[in-house]
Write a protein that binds this ligand. Structure first.
Ligand code: MLT
Length: 332
């Protein structure tokens, strides 16, 4: 009996020392981190609002971390393909995910999601928050917001509404617009609103509700028309564009936050290094100015923390999943 207990203890002490060595290994790994380029996955197509935000942060954080950050646009299935890629990647700090509301909505939208947005990820911190803009192709037959609303109500499914897939920000905004106007438009999904915007400029689709980081430059370049901010306040960068609340539509008020994640199991010292680099980026005036010009707010430093991002994600999971199902969106 004694022999058995001694053997258990010896096994236990052996495993503890192994753990200790492993712990030393993790520390050493973190001390040398990063010693090679980092991949930041943006799970929507290049040229979209998420891609724009990701590239601003990748550019700022690589200067701080001293290693190149390569943006990887692995798009499709409302961001779940790129997200799954990060979930199954090595938890060593060299593969990160920049994502927004679809990290929450995909949990309700996909029956066979190969990852869990909370259990399979480590939050690093929130990065941005920003409004959405309702835009249309230049030839759209409405001179102002009042005529735009009347046209959608009168023409319904004859109007092609582009978005980036079920549960994406542009899809959520489109749903809220259709619900607010009590009208069903013809939905055209894309792998991101970058390609959707190209078709809007080409006149292949009629309307899009997208984040301002994807639309403000095209509006200013007169490549598309802006009809309204999807909320209650005008944008300083587009002072002549009304808020949709100005025509009595009060139940359409949406803003989109992006946050940075690493795969579950990434060593704590590595996560701390990434959070510190994110917080330095958030405080960087160049980052603030570039995003502010597109109507995007950089979060305050106290939001660029794992705790703040985890709380934000939980809130979105609790609220939005049910909202989509209630809106009659069929999970895939
Ligand atoms: C969306 O949710 O609509 C995406 O952010 C669009 C994109 O970034 O391409």
């Amino acid at each position: 009996m004694m022999l058995k207990i001694r053997r258990c203890f010896s096994l236990l002490s052996l495993s503890l020392s192994a753990l200790g060595l492993a712990g030393l290994g993790l520390q050493a790994h973190a001390q040398g981190y990063p010693n090679k380029p980092i991949t930041m996955v943006m799970p929507y197509a290049a040229g979209g609002p998420g891609d724009t935000i990701t590239r601003v942060y990748a550019g700022a954080m690589q200067k701080i971390l001293g290693q190149q950050i390569v943006v990887d646009n692995t798009a499709g299935a409302s961001g779940s393909i790129g997200t799954a890629k990060v979930a199954r990647s090595n938890p060593d700090g060299y593969t990160l995910l920049m994502i927004h509301v679809s990290h929450a909505t995909n949990l309700a939208m996909y029956k066979k999601l190969s990852y869990h947005p909370v259990k399979d990820f480590e939050p690093i911190g929130s990065a941005t928050n920003g409004p959405m803009l309702i835009v249309a192709r230049n030839g759209f037959p409405a001179k102002n917001l009042t005529e735009f609303v009347a046209y959608l109500k009168a023409n319904g499914k004859k109007v092609n509404l582009a978005h980036a897939g079920v549960g994406s920000a542009s899809h959520l905004c489109g749903l809220m617009l259709m619900s607010a106007l009590n009208v069903q438009l013809n939905e055209i999904p894309y792998k991101g609103t970058g390609p959707a915007l190209a078709d809007l400029m080409g006149g292949q689709v009629d309307v899009l509700c997208d984040q301002t980081s994807g639309t403000v430059p095209s509006v200013k370049g007169e490549k598309i028309k802006a009809y309204a901010i999807a909320g209650k306040q005008r944008l300083p960068s587009l002072p002549d564009t009304p808020a949709i609340s100005e025509v009595g539509v009060d139940n359409l008020d949406i803003s989109i936050s992006f946050g940075l994640y690493a795969p579950k199991g990434t060593p704590k010292p590595v996560l701390a290094r990434l959070t510190a680099a994110l917080q330095q980026s958030v405080a960087d005036p160049e980052v603030r100015n570039r995003l502010d010009a597109m109507g995007i707010s950089v979060v305050n430093v106290d939001k660029a923390t794992p705790e703040a991002l985890a709380a934000h994600l939980k809130n979105e999971i609790d609220i939005l999943g049910g909202l989509l199902i209630k809106a009659g969106v069929e999970p895939n």
